[in-house]
Design a protein around this ligand. Structure first.
Ligand code: KMH
Ligand code: ZN
Length: 304
């Protein structure tokens, strides 16, 4: 991996895995997601990774929900919109693609393998659920594997990449996912510069051990040489350490309440922007400049 000239901060503002009972600060309604995104961008995040939720927090897939989110963000700030195609493990593929096919964003997530997908310990730790849907939903993640078969990956590459010019945040939850990406590169369906997002600490994927991050970079170097941009995050308490490790190695970072609800030990983050400000300070202390949205577009070959 060559050291990126500037560090791209991505912010995953809400996701679909954390639930309202865990934190009052998790953005839920479209208005809250818009506010969180605008604040994160103003704090220095070049990319906003988006999921939608209904106002009570249930994961939403309807394109109409994204219509309440994306235009209001772009009216207020210049930022790269990255729409999730992971959605939630309990959505169909058509549901997972509804927002991205409607908006043809500059960037979309693409999950590079099928797996069990659990944020460890959530169901055991929360005892007073705010909404009836939450506990069965969280339990459901134990019994719904997150299916990203090769035909699904290829479908997303063709529907969004070939037809719409969207490029991808390739989410790699294990070393094997790098080899799956290499397969699609060989097929001519993915072109450099790739944004590889190393994901650590999901129960079902590779653990949040720093040796795993180093190994992922080593294998990505072998497979892709200088053709990729590396970013990483860890779920939960290891979020800031892994972002720091990635930036220190020359890569990019992802933060946000989708990945961790915390700002420090025992302290809930009060906003996404708070996490952006924290990692921004670390990156600047490492002596590395922060990428603007246009820097990110150039480094990742986005359509703009
Ligand atoms: N929640 C993250 C661990 C997606 O949206 O495509 C994974 C994610 C998946 O961001
Ligand atoms: Zn996501």
């Amino acid at each position: 991996m060559h050291t990126a000239e500037k560090v791209i901060i991505s912010t995953a503002v809400t996701g679909s895995v954390n639930v309202p009972s865990q934190s009052d600060y998790l953005p839920l309604s479209p208005e809250e997601v818009v506010r969180a995104s605008v604040e994160a961008a103003a704090a220095g995040s070049a990319i906003i990774h988006l999921h939608a939720r209904h106002p009570d927090g249930r994961p939403a897939f309807e394109a109409g929900m994204f219509e309440q989110i994306i235009p209001p963000i772009l009216e207020q700030v210049d930022v790269v919109i990255n729409i999730s195609t992971g959605g939630s493990s309990q959505m169909t593929m058509d549901e997972r693609l509804a927002g991205a096919t409607r908006f043809s964003p500059e960037l979309a997530s693409l999950n590079m393998g099928s797996m069990n997908f659990v944020y460890s310990g959530i169901a055991d730790k929360v005892t007073n659920w705010k909404h009836d849907w939450e506990e069965p939903y969280v339990r459901g993640t134990y019994s719904h594997p997150f299916i990203n078969s090769f035909d699904r990956i290829e479908y997303v590459l063709r529907e969004l990449g070939e037809k719409r010019g969207t490029r991808f945040e390739f989410e790699c939850y294990d070393i094997g996912h790098l080899y799956s990406l290499a397969y699609f590169v060989d097929k001519g369906l993915a072109e450099p510069p790739f944004m590889i997002q190393g994901v650590f600490g999901i129960l079902g994927g590779i653990g949040a051990d720093h040796a795993n991050l180093e190994h992922m970079v080593r294998i990505a170097d072998k497979l892709f040489g200088d053709d990729y941009q590396f970013s990483a995050f860890a779920a939960g308490r290891d979020q800031m350490q892994f972002a720091t490790h990635s930036a220190w190695l020359g890569g990019h970072v992802r933060v946000g309440l989708e990945d961790s609800l915390w700002i420090g030990k025992g302290r809930l983050a009060e906003s996404n922007a708070q996490q952006v400000e924290k990692i921004r300070g670390v990156i600047e202390d490492l002596g590395r400049p922060i990428a603007t949205p246009d820097d990110a577009r150039r480094m990742l070959g986005l359509k703009g």
